[in-house]
Design a protein around this ligand. Structure first.
Ligand code: NAD
Ligand code: MG
Length: 394
């Protein structure tokens, strides 16, 4: 029996994780669920999986949660609130595994708390590694934490690498490169001259995956692939030159590893996050995930393409930031969170997301960061600058 905390239980990954858990009540029990503002959803989830704790990260929603809990007949979870409580349920001694599925930089501190406590960390949140990759990997080494990638591409790469893969040592395993696949998002074939007219609804509907709004917009700009590029470097000890981005519109191949003898190993499946979630939860064994098996009689075709940076300027910004280092990746991630939020609030155009990101990076002098404090300071500073850039646009 494994005891799990789900950080970000009310989100798309959180809901899929609970779905997998409910299929295997003999194997998993829930210690804590966390959510930000969707209080009723969170408390209903806690009630149905008998979570010991619920944590509400938005302190202003706490009172509402207590009042709602009083209306539920069988509610036995203890309600906690605030950022320290998030870290506490991620690192509690009773917990074996932590699903890190808070979106954005807000996921960094509780995920790091789980890593430092030596947990099995099911890593969906990619922004934590984008911001603090070096610290994060070092902390996992120190505490003996196991990081299992849940992002579908990284989970696929993990499955395609040899079992005895030595971190960062491509040569020892005969690896030539990582082929990071991406669908190309909602606007892969849209006329470029119409990009400034893209609406929020259009950007929030993904052709293959059902995900949260921020990552869906990031998929449309391919910033998501850019963040995943950086994430892959840290997770597998790869260098930017070791990774190629391949557009694969069907999202059936979730990524590949190319070996020096010319072999390519790919991981395939229907695009459903319950597969990588179940893989991470059960690793090194396998469990059923509730996902339909791939039917090759109905898979029409596999197409591939090379991303064009004119269509996807955010992808280029991320690949360049990856080469520049952690200060640049932290700033880019922060600027992008601010820009995407402004786009979702209809304050800027779709095409201005990359503009805000690029101008924010250009307005800040490059520096070296190594401590967590410096990283958080660069995150804060880049948000400030991104807000200024947005004010200048409107
Ligand atoms: P989502 O928007 O559906 O859910 C986000 C969760 O984070 C919610 O539970 C929300 O309550 C919580 N949250 C939001 N702001 C918070 C804050 N300030 N403090 C604490 N909690 C906060 O997002 P999602 O699609 O489930 O994605 C979650 C993470 O997983 C992201 O980092 C995303 O990049 C990554 N990911 C998602 C998918 C997917 O298919 N959805 C795939 C790969 C990776
Ligand atoms: Mg992904």
């Amino acid at each position: 029996m494994q005891t799990i905390t789900i950080l970000g239980a009310t989100g798309s990954i959180g809901v899929s994780t609970l779905d997998v858990i409910q299929r295997h009540p003999d194997k998993y029990r829930v210690f804590a669920l966390t959510g930000h503002t969707q209080i009723e959803k969170l408390l209903n989830q806690a009630q149905s999986c008998a979570a010991r704790y619920v944590v509400i990260s938005d302190e202003s929603a706490y009172q509402k949660a207590v009042e709602y809990a009083a209306t539920l007949s069988e509610f036995h979870s203890e309600i906690l609130c605030g950022s320290q409580a998030l870290e506490d349920v991620a690192s509690a001694s009773e917990v074996d595994a932590v699903m890190a599925a808070i979106v954005g930089a807000a996921g960094l501190m509780p995920t790091l708390a789980a890593v430092r406590a030596g947990k099995k960390v099911l890593l969906a949140n990619k922004e934590a590694l984008v911001m603090s990759g070096a610290l994060f990997i070092e902390a996992a080494k120190q505490s003996n934490a196991t990081i299992l990638p849940i992002d579908s591409e990284h989970n696929a790469i993990f499955q395609c690498l040899p079992h005895n893969y030595e971190y960062g040592n491509f040569a020892a395993s005969g690896i030539h490169s990582i082929l990071l696949t991406g669908s190309g998002g909602a606007f892969r074939t849209r006329e470029l001259s119409t990009f400034a007219d893209i609406t929020v609804d259009e950007a929030c509907s993904h052709p293959n995956w059902d995900m949260g709004r921020k990552i869906t917009v990031d998929s449309a700009t391919m910033m998501n692939k850019g963040l995943e590029f950086i994430e892959a470097c840290w997770l597998f000890g790869a260098k930017p030159n070791d990774i190629s981005v391949v557009i694969h519109p069907q999202s059936t191949i979730h990524s590949m590893v190319q070996y020096i003898d010319g072999s390519v190993i790919a991981q395939l499946g229907n695009p459903d996050m319950r597969t990588p979630i179940a893989h991470g939860m059960a690793f090194p064994t396998r469990i059923e995930a509730g996902v339909d098996y791939l039917d090759f009689a109905t898979v029409a075709s596999f197409d591939f393409d090379t991303p064009c940076f004119e269509r996807y300027p955010c992808l280029k910004l991320a690949i360049d930031a990856c080469a520049d280092g952690q200060c640049a990746t932290t700033r880019l991630n922060a600027a992008n969170e601010v820009a995407v939020e402004a786009f979702l609030k209809k304050r800027i155009k779709f095409t201005q997301i990359s503009q805000v990101n690029e101008e924010t990076l250009n307005l800040l002098e490059p520096i070296r960061v190594s401590s967590l404090q410096q990283i958080l300071e660069q995150d804060r500073r880049a948000r400030e600058v991104a807000h200024e850039v947005i004010r200048g646009l409107s």
